[in-house]
Ligand binder design. Structure first.
Ligand SMILES: [Zn+2]
Length: 158
């Protein structure tokens, strides 16, 4: 219930401030030129993280990874998700029901014609994926649908 109300409020505030959101550039701690990102990221990572692309479903080896560890941002290494919060959504993309608080920021995008909650790294601005409300009901009900290519997995045993 609480989440539903919060989400409605977030959606409404975005609808009403649409113009200012589009014009105001969020500023991030990590600042790099597009040329620098192109050098550091693979072609697919650049497409996903800097151009808000989406990797092919079931293409990421991390989709089926259930080892213990932590998932960090592929752009800046900030921790984003714990392995204990990963679940198999069947969507073909790594899915999590809880994020590491404070390291992910949200916007609304209309890239496929409907409003979706876009999520990106709060530290470097790299696009990660989208947030949906069809996650596990017994936990948060949230599904962070994340491009595996935007993540790096650090195994607990490393
Ligand atoms: Zn980052």
């Amino acid at each position: 219930m609480f989440y539903k109300i919060t989400l409605k409020f977030i959606m409404l505030s975005f609808f009403f401030s649409c113009n200012s959101v589009a014009q105001k550039k969020e500023s991030f701690k990590i600042q790099k030129t597009e040329a620098e990102w192109k050098l550091e990221l693979t072609e697919l990572q650049y497409y996903v993280m800097r151009e808000e692309g989406t990797e092919r479903a079931f293409s990421s080896p991390l989709d089926k990874n259930y080892s213990e560890g932590i998932y960090v941002c592929a752009g800046c290494d900030v921790p984003l998700f714990h392995s204990k919060n990963k679940f198999n959504s069947g969507s073909g993309w790594p899915s999590f029901d809880v994020e590491i608080k404070g390291n992910i920021a949200y916007t609304i995008d209309y890239n496929i014609g409907v409003a979706r909650i876009e999520e990106h790294c709060a530290n470097c601005g790299g696009h990660l994926g989208h947030l949906f409300n069809d996650g596990p009901k017994n936990t948060t009900g949230k599904r962070h649908c994340i491009n595996g290519v935007a993540l790096k997995f650090i195994s607990k045993n490393e």
